[in-house]
Design a protein around this ligand. Structure first.
Ligand code: 5CA
Ligand code: ZN
Length: 409
């Protein structure tokens, strides 16, 4: 698939900082030390509805990861998937009487437009589950040949017991895993499974559903976790720097993916850091496509909201926090954007050198965007109240806010 156009990232004076980030798997902060090309895989959307603020918040977090790395003069190899065939997509298409593939294409295109408007840097590879099928099938066959997968009424399941590291990403107990598995696409109660947690690798063709040639697996379609593993291993290989997504992906998705990859390669872990963003709520409940309590990015844009204000509203919350979207959150961002724009539009101002350092320091410290915003606020207040004589300063602030926070002033 094609991704979306990249906005330019201005170069900044001075030195970028290495990123220290919270890793779910170890439960602590780690300082990443990527090579000259940092590698990141971020789980993409399941395109059955428009991009909501929760999605945007999660992609904002991983956009910051890239910006910190780019600021250290590294290149970034970023891969993202699109789950363009899965149960929720097929169910929505059936409910609305539309073609599932057309629905996926339409919502993916809207996502691209939203990401472009929000100045999210695009992945180098943007890969749909459907186009990944030829790479998925041999991996499932290999898992089966290794004794880590088994057949049940034509479907193929992964055996979690084949992985000695199983549980290392989420550290949940079995009861919690079972509950989450039932909530998030698993089928723990299906009779005949070796372990209730075992996830589907390949689902046999069903009447009225799309299916593809699965070689020795028979016709069918891929399971969800193996999709991301196949795409990540194909383009990034084992031991990449960050696997990212929202906290609702910790279990089962990232746990199962780590297990699949570990059994396939004999290496551990697949990603050096498992990084998870908090959940955005609306009216007290997690924003989710299945509940329908959504604020769409495209809707806000159509209502004339400046995408830079949407982005500032996201940045005002720490990526690991769970938070609530309200009209006030947006209003505050609009106000802040106005102050910042006025401050950088003056011909001179207070020196910006310390500010650039503060933004860098804040982001390198587990992506503390609220601290970065507070630093820009302080410079803005000084500019408003006292002004300054540094002719280059407003330009440097404007470039730093663009390069490090993705906000065009
Ligand atoms: N296609 C899979 C990943 S392979 C998927 O989870 N798709 S999704 O469309 O449901 O979610 C896309 C991303 O947005 C995921 O990282 C998910 O964790 C994140 N996300 C979903 N809802 C929210 C929310 N309310 N707040 C923050 N992030 C969210
Ligand atoms: Zn994924």
């Amino acid at each position: 698939m094609h991704a979306w156009p990249a906005s330019e990232v201005p170069a900044l004076p001075g030195q970028g900082r290495d990123l220290r980030i919270h890793d779910t798997a170890t439960g602590g902060s780690i300082t990443l030390d990527p090579g000259p090309v940092a590698r990141i895989y971020v789980c993409g959307i399941t395109p059955y509805d428009a991009t909501h603020i929760g999605h945007a918040a999660t992609y904002n977090a991983f956009d910051l990861v890239q910006r910190v790395w780019l600021d250290t003069k590294r290149q970034v190899h970023y891969v993202q998937n699109v789950t363009d065939v899965d149960d929720p997509l097929l169910e929505r298409a059936e409910r609305d009487g539309v073609d599932w593939a057309a629905l996926a294409e339409q919502e993916t295109e809207l996502f691209r437009e939203d990401m472009t408007a929000l100045r999210m840097l695009p992945p180098r590879q943007y890969i749909g589950a459907v186009e990944a099928i030829p790479g998925i099938v041999p991996l499932v066959e290999r898992l089966r040949d290794l004794g880590a997968a088994y057949e049940l009424e034509g479907d193929t399941y992964f055996s979690v017991e084949a992985d000695p590291h199983f549980g290392q990403v989420s550290h949940l107990d079995t009861a919690a895993m079972r509950l989450l598995s039932a909530e998030r696409g698993g089928d723990p109660d299906r009779p005949g499974k070796k372990n209730p947690l075992d996830p589907m690798l390949w689902s046999a063709a069903r009447e009225g559903e799309p299916s593809w040639d699965g070689g020795s697996l028979g016709r069918g379609r891929p399971g969800w976790h193996i999709e991301c593993v196949a795409i990540a291993l194909d383009h990034l290989g084992m031991g990449f720097d960050v696997q990212g997504g929202g906290s609702d992906l910790v279990f089962p998705h990232h746990e199962m993916g780590a297990s699949h990859a570990q059994v396939l390669t004999g290496e551990f872990p697949m990603a050096k850091a498992y990084v998870h963003a908090g959940m955005v709520a609306l009216h007290g409940e997690k924003m989710s496509k299945s509940k329908g309590n959504l604020v769409f990015v495209s809707r806000l844009r159509r209502d004339g909201v400046d995408p830079a204000a949407i982005r500032l509203a996201l940045l005002a919350h720490h990526y690991r926090a769970d938070w609530e979207w309200t009209d006030q959150v947006l209003q505050d961002a609009v106000t802040r954007l106005g102050h910042w724009r006025a401050a950088v539009s003056r011909p001179d101002g207070p020196s910006a050198e310390a500010l650039v350092d503060e933004i860098r320091e804040a982001l390198a410290n587990d992506l503390d965007a609220p601290a970065a915003l507070a630093a820009v606020d302080r410079w803005t207040v000084t500019q408003e109240q006292q002004g300054g004589t540094d002719a280059g300063a407003p330009g440097i602030v404007s470039r730093a806010v663009d390069a490090l926070l993705g906000v065009a002033l």
